[in-house]
Write a protein that binds this ligand. Structure first.
Ligand code: 13P
Ligand code: SF4
Length: 323
C-alpha cells in the first residue's frame, strides 16, 4: 500500500508540472496510441499516425510536443516549419524508417522513370521529400486507389502493409523489403494457439503483421480504426495483435470490455522499444528546455510538404471518390 502511494505521487506531480508548462508555452501535446499510459493521460490528443498528422496540420498552438517516434515529429515540423516542435527523446526511431535510406530509394527510383512512389509515413523526412505521396495504415488503400493509373506503383518501406494494400485494391505494386520488428513477431502458430484458448473472442491485427497472421484476423486496420471497431463490436473480449500501448487506449475507450494482448514467444516483444523511450520525466524536461527540438534543412521542409499535403487532401475526400 505504502509502495503504491510512493510511486503514484511523483507521477501526479510530474503530470501537474507538464500541464502547467503546457499552459505557459501555449503548447499542444500529441501522443501516439503506443505511448505509455501516463503520457497518453496528459496528452491533448491521442491517436494514430493519420490523426496526429491531421492535428499537427491544424493546431493553433505555438509549441508542438510530439510524443511518438522521430518520423512523426518530423512530419509535424514539415507541416509547421515556423513552429517549435519538440520531442521527449530524439533517438526514438523506427525499424521501418531504418530499412529505407533515401539514397537507396533514389537508386531504385532511377531504374524506372515511370515509378510513382507511395511512402508509408514511417520513413525519414528525406524519403518523404523524394516521394510522390505519403500514406498511413489508416488511408493506404485509399491513397493507392487515387494513384495515377498510368504509373508503376512503388510502395515503401513496409512490405506487409504493401501486400495488404495490394489485396485491398487489386493494384500491383513493387514493394520495398522493410518491416516493423514488433509486428513480425506474431506468428501463425502463436495466434492460432491464443484463438483456441479464447474461441469466442475476435482478433484485430495491424496491417504491419505478416499475411499469415492477417489471415487469422477478424479485422485488420490502423490503431485508430481498432478503437471504433472494438467499440461497435458486441463481443466482451477481443484479442489484440499490435503494440502493447494500444491496450490502455482501448480500455479507456471501451469500458467493460476485456482486451487480450496477442502473445509473442517468451518475451515482451509486443512493446516497441522506440515508442517506449519516451517517459513522463523526459516529456517534462523537453518542455522545460524546449529541447530536443526538431530542425530540418530548408530543402527537405520545402520538398516534403507536398506529398504530405496530397495525403491529407485525398484522405479528406469521400470514400467512393476514387478518381
Ligand atoms: P498507426 O498509424 O496505425 O497508429 O500505426 C503506426 C505504427 O507505427 C504502427 O506500428
Ligand atoms: Fe516503427 Fe514498429 Fe515501432 Fe511502429 S511499432 S514505430 S512501425 S518499430
Amino acid at each position: 500500500m505504502t509502495a503504491m502511494l510512493e510511486t503514484a505521487a511523483p507521477v501526479d506531480s510530474l503530470s501537474r508540472e507538464i500541464l502547467d508548462l503546457k499552459k505557459r508555452l501555449n503548447a499542444v501535446i500529441l501522443a501516439h496510441n503506443y505511448q505509455i499510459r501516463e503520457i497518453q493521460d496528459v496528452a491533448d490528443f491521442v491517436g494514430d499516425s493519420l490523426g496526429l498528422a491531421q492535428q499537427a496540420a491544424k493546431t493553433q498552438a505555438d509549441v508542438i510536443v510530439f510524443c511518438g517516434v522521430h518520423f512523426m515529429a518530423e512530419t509535424a515540423k514539415i507541416l509547421n516549419p515556423g513552429k517549435v516542435v519538440i520531442l521527449p527523446d530524439a533517438d526514438a526511431g523506427c525499424s521501418l524508417e531504418e530499412s529505407c535510406p533515401a539514397a537507396k530509394l533514389k537508386a531504385l527510383q532511377d531504374t524506372n522513370p515511370n515509378f510513382y512512389t507511395i511512402a508509408y509515413i514511417n520513413c525519414s523526412a528525406e524519403v518523404k521529400a523524394i516521394s510522390d505521396v505519403i500514406c498511413t495504415s489508416g488511408n493506404a488503400a485509399k491513397i493507392v486507389r487515387h494513384a495515377p493509373k498510368d504509373r508503376d506503383l512503388l510502395f515503401v518501406p513496409d512490405e506487409n502493409l504493401g501486400s495488404w494494400v495490394i489485396e485491398q485494391t487489386g493494384r500491383p505494386m513493387t514493394l520495398w523489403k522493410g518491416n516493423c520488428y514488433v509486428h513480425v513477431e506474431w506468428t501463425h502458430a502463436v495466434i492460432t494457439r491464443i484463438r483456441r484458448e479464447h474461441p469466442d473472442a475476435p482478433l484485430i491485427a495491424h496491417p504491419e503483421c505478416t499475411r499469415a497472421v492477417r489471415l487469422l484476423a477478424d479485422e485488420v486496420c490502423s490503431t485508430e480504426k481498432m478503437v471504433t471497431w472494438c467499440r461497435n463490436h458486441p463481443s466482451p473480449a477481443i484479442i489484440v495483435a499490435t503494440e502493447a500501448g494500444m491496450l490502455h487506449r482501448l480500455e479507456k475507450e471501451c469500458p467493460g470490455k476485456t482486451f487480450i494482448p496477442a502473445p509473442t514467444e517468451n518475451c515482451r516483444c509486443n512493446e516497441c522499444r522506440f515508442m517506449k523511450m519516451n517517459t513522463l520525466e523526459k516529456l517534462r524536461d523537453c518542455m522545460q528546455n524546449l529541447s530536443p527540438r526538431l530542425e530540418l534543412p530548408q530543402h527537405i521542409l520545402d520538398r516534403g510538404r507536398a506529398p504530405i499535403e496530397r495525403m491529407l487532401q485525398i484522405s479528406a475526400l469521400p470514400e467512393d471518390n476514387a478518381g
